[in-house]
Design a protein around this ligand. Structure first.
Ligand SMILES: [Zn+2]
Ligand SMILES: [Zn+2]
Length: 411
């Protein structure tokens, strides 16, 4: 809708997503947008928005908002004048608990926060940006992903907010698929997409032969795939290509490829793709066996949850964290919209236990790579994750050293 609004010239560039979308909440209900436009244009912008092509019905219209129905769901656009932009962004981004905290805080300072405006004795206090708004309440800026109404205000008051990881910290993607398994694009295409994103490295990690996937890489094809990777390496400049594999963890916790085959990959990700069939204790045992395998470097989408559909495995997480730390194995935040796994809360527990995370796109096509990394990073930020917690914020030499250390420990 933002794109359509831009195309139609409706408040071009002034509309952005707020609400749960901006907070990277795993399940998004209704979509809310905020347009920052001068007050005299509010009526015009709301009316023009309601006439955009995807709109099938107008649900309601007020002085500063319009709610419309589209084939893809309900969307509300709010408008606010530039002087109130900071306050309006905070107000419409939520979460409700966060805003309620801020309202009580404003009250203690003799201010009133209501209806996307900050006032003192009825007179508006201008806050053109969010940092300005928080500063007015004597707080440092709090990132949208942290706004839950839990501990972020206390941390802000104490000066202990995390220095959050963001996309510019990501130096490579350690989980991507090519047309050697169920990916849509060639290795060369994936590598060139990664280079355009400014990455220093990318791992191509197709599915092993017994994976629950539509197409997979047979053990007999591993050498041919490596030859192709060597050719791409010779042609690609400024990016390192790691030959990886996303190997399935079998029912007994063994791996789909033998050690001789696995040992020839630069990086090994291990995952479960079957849905349940085992209770949490058995699933935990399968993971533990994989984590203790000297050639396994990353456990991908560990809970196999589906946001909005299933919570995923009831694993014994403390045992997983301990084994990961003990063996030097990373655990993933997978940015594919169907995974977002680990979620923020679990990721936070993992790093508190000392676990190293990998934040990956798990992209199966070039045009999903950037977006899914963005989701992964957003999910990590919800978990208060800092760059130092994330393997792929490090240089490729350090990633290789991380892998080599585990292999050396076992030999
Ligand atoms: Zn997978
Ligand atoms: Zn994958």
């Amino acid at each position: 809708m933002i794109r359509e609004a831009r195309r139609a010239g409706v408040a071009a560039d002034a509309i952005s997503a707020v609400g749960s979308v901006r907070r990277f909440a795993p399940a998004v209900g209704d979509v809310t947008l905020l347009g920052i436009v001068p007050s005299k244009r509010h009526t015009h912008v709301l009316a023009a928005f309601a006439r955009l092509a995807p709109v099938t019905a107008v649900v309601s219209q007020e002085a500063s908002s319009v709610t419309v129905e589209t084939a893809r769901g309900r969307i509300t656009l709010y408008v606010a004048p530039p002087d109130d932009a900071g306050t309006a962004f905070v107000w419409h981004t939520g979460a409700r608990g966060h805003v309620a905290h801020l309202q009580r805080r404003a009250e203690r300072l003799g201010l009133r926060l209501a209806e996307a405006r900050l006032t003192r004795d009825g007179a508006r206090i201008a806050c053109a940006s969010e940092p300005e708004f928080y500063a007015t309440l004597n707080l440092p800026y709090i990132a949208p992903e942290l706004r839950s109404g839990d501990e972020e205000i206390t941390a802000a008051e104490a000066g202990t907010l995390p220095r959050l990881v963001s996309e510019h910290h990501i130096r490579g993607d350690l989980h991507t698929h090519s047309s050697w398994s169920d990916g849509r694009n060639t290795i060369a295409d994936m590598v060139s997409a990664a280079r355009q994103l400014g990455y220093e490295y990318i791992a191509i990690t197709d599915h092993s032969e017994r994976a629950w996937s539509s197409r997979k890489l047979a053990a007999a094809d591993v050498d041919r795939q490596r030859e192709e990777i060597d050719r791409v390496r010779a042609a690609a400049r400024g990016i390192e290509v790691l030959h990886g594999i996303e190997v399935d963890i079998m029912l007994d916790g063994s791996l789909d490829f033998d050690d001789e085959t696995l040992g020839r990959f630069d990086i090994v990700l291990a995952s479960l793709h079957d849905h349940g069939g085992h209770d949490g204790a058995r699933l935990t045992e399968r993971y533990l066996r994989a984590i203790r395998h000297p050639l396994v470097n990353v456990i991908t989408h560990p809970t196999n949850r589906s946001p909005g559909l299933s919570d995923g495995y009831a694993l014994e997480f403390d045992a997983l964290w301990a084994a990961s730390v003990d063996t030097g194995t990373a655990v993933e935040i997978d940015g594919a919209p169907g995974h977002l796994d680990l979620d923020g809360a679990l990721a936070r527990r993992a790093v508190a236990a000392g676990v190293t995370l990998a934040v990956d796109s798990d992209s199966h096509r070039v045009d999903a790579m950037a977006r899914q990394m963005q989701f992964g990073v957003g999910t990590a930020r919800r978990g208060w994750i800092e760059p130092r917690h994330v393997l792929n914020t490090r240089a490729v030499a350090d990633v290789r050293a991380f892998i080599a250390r585990k292999r050396a420990r076992a030999s």
